[in-house]
Design a protein around this ligand. Structure first.
Ligand SMILES: Cc1cc2nc3c(=O)[nH]c(=O)nc-3n(C[C@H](O)[C@H](O)[C@H](O)COP(=O)(O)OP(=O)(O)OC[C@H]3O[C@@H](n4cnc5c(N)ncnc54)[C@H](O)[C@@H]3O)c2cc1C
Ligand code: SF4
Length: 449
């Protein structure tokens, strides 16, 4: 049962990693769907979108073939509207609140329509925003942003529109954050992510300095000295450990590194086992499991310590994993990993039952004392990510287990230093990070002027 790479043909990789949500075939198809919209007063879709895109307005603009206006409506609220149209878990956001759900009819395909307008805008390179001259009396204000992920890019765009010069310090060699290095390859391609970063920065006044890591190549004191304000949008980092025996065996990997390799090295380069177990049931676990299957793993089993009712992923995501043929074992927690000659061979799990609700309000898993064993040659750990606690503590930033604490003005305890996105919330969605970046930029503008 070897772990090996290059299991499939070029064509198989292409098919397996093809766009999971294809676009409309043509203008008529988009307009037919757009025409179904009831243009609700007090639109629930707009309220359910964390960036509050005026959904009925942009859909109406598609109906009247005003695609440029539609893209402007979307980008005014969400400069990553193109990326969000491909990655938002819409069933729990805008589309989940569409009134058609109450009528037992399919909701308006909001994300697909959003993609229709924004993709055209990017393809045609429509520059829909003008950079203001520096605000009067404030010429030359400069802001440093740490991290070129959704939070950092969204913050940078709002600031740049207001005439502020922004420098982003990014530790990787590409921008986009987890859009580029984390989200499943069948949702967004590396080329799309690069195009999106270029489209956002085309407004001007935003310089991204790559391979520049806060805490290694630059310090917070330096940024504070050289810039008028600092925004920390560095996300969350390392994968949570399982803390069970055998975790160091060969073949035990963390989901973030596994997905990072798929995104940065290319499909044939990434080794995968015949029998893979994935620990966890969040979005990362689903992405790891489905991509392991699509790389050619024969069996993929997902192990989760609670029941389906408490799963953190959405039903749509679970459906993808099940359609890909992944097995699901509910009420099972990893207990130990057994190996031979340094390689993982078995995953021993405790059978769980549900006890009293915990702090999250969900019933907590309780060990029954019984166990079962799965034969494996690869185990992917996807039990969540932990914040950059060491870095945050090094700079004496107020934090809760590494998550930066901010006030209602997005300000940290250090004067002139603001923060947002996953680094603050511990890990949500791209669309939440985009809104956090907008909030951070507004707070910085209030602070500067
Ligand atoms: C596997 C996985 C799948 C996901 N799938 C989805 C999905 O399908 N849909 C969805 O909406 N969300 C998804 N998410 C969540 C989403 O990607 C994040 O919520 C979002 O990217 C957060 O944006 P951010 O800007 O706060 O952080 P990030 O995207 O993490 O960006 C932070 C940036 O800061 C850089 N950085 C970190 N430390 C430093 C430092 N010390 N110095 C300089 N730069 C630094 C990083 O390299 C990165 O570029 C997924 C997350 C993961 C892990
Ligand atoms: S950004 Fe996401 S949640 Fe908001 S309207 Fe678009 S697809 Fe829906």
């Amino acid at each position: 049962m070897p772990i090996k790479n290059n299991r499939l043909t070029k064509e198989q990789y292409e098919t397996n990693f093809a766009d999971i949500h294809p676009p409309f075939e043509n203008k008529t198809a988009a307009q037919v769907e757009a025409s179904r919209c009831l243009f609700c007063y007090d639109a629930p879709c707009t309220k359910s979108c964390p960036t509050h895109i005026d959904v009925p307005k942009f859909i109406k603009q598609i109906v009247t073939d005003n695609v440029k206006g539609s893209a402007h409506t979307i980008f005014s609220s969400n400069i990553m509207g193109a990326g969000c149209s491909k990655v938002c878990p819409v069933e729990k956001l805008c589309e989940g609140s569409c009134v058609f759900n109450l009528l037992h009819e399919p909701p308006i395909p909001i994300a697909k329509l959003q993609r229709y307008s924004t993709e055209k805008a990017m393809k045609e390179n429509w520059q829909l925003f003008e950079r203001k001259n520096s605000p009067s009396g404030a010429g030359g204000k400069k802001v440093a942003i740490v991290g070129a992920g959704p939070a950092g890019l969204s913050c940078a765009h709002v600031l740049s529109r207001e005439g502020i010069d922004v420098t982003i310090f990014e530790k990787e060699s590409k921008g986009g954050g987890l859009m580029t290095y984390g989200i499943a390859a069948y949702k967004v391609t590396p080329q799309f992510c690069e195009d999106e970063v270029n489209y956002i920065t085309a407004i001007g006044g935003i310089e991204i300095k790559y391979n520049q890591e806060l805490g290694k190549d630059i310090t917070l004191a330096q940024l504070k000295k050289e810039f008028d304000a600092v925004y920390l949008g560095m996300g969350v980092g390392v994968a949570r450990q399982l803390d069970i025996p055998g975790e160091k065996l060969e073949g035990v990997v963390d989901a973030i590194s596994f997905i990072y390799d798929i995104r940065s090295k290319g499909y044939p380069s990434v080794p995968v086992g015949d029998k893979v177990a994935v620990i966890g049931m969040g979005m990362t676990a689903i992405d790891a499991a489905t991509q392991a299957k699509r790389l050619g793993a024969k069996e993929v089993t997902m192990v989760y310590r609670r029941t389906e009712a408490e799963k953190p992923c959405t039903q749509a995501e679970l459906d993808i994993a099940m359609l890909d043929g992944c097995e699901i074992v509910w009420l099972a927690a990893p207990k130990k990993l057994k190996g031979s000659q340094g390689k993982v061979k078995q995953l021993v799990c405790s059978k769980m039952t549900l006890g009293e609700p915990d702090a999250s309000g969900r019933r907590s898993p309780v060990d029954t004392g019984e166990t079962f064993t799965l034969d494996v040659d690869m185990v992917i750990k996807a039990a969540g990510q932990v914040p950059f606690e060491k870095l945050v503590k090094k700079y004496k930033l107020d934090n809760k287990n590494g998550k930066i604490v901010i006030n209602e003005n997005c300000a940290t305890n250090i004067k002139g230093v603001f923060a947002g996105g996953d680094a603050v919330n511990g890990g949500k969605e791209v669309v939440d990070a985009v809104q956090a970046g907008k909030d951070g930029a507004r707070a910085i503008l209030n602070y500067l002027f």
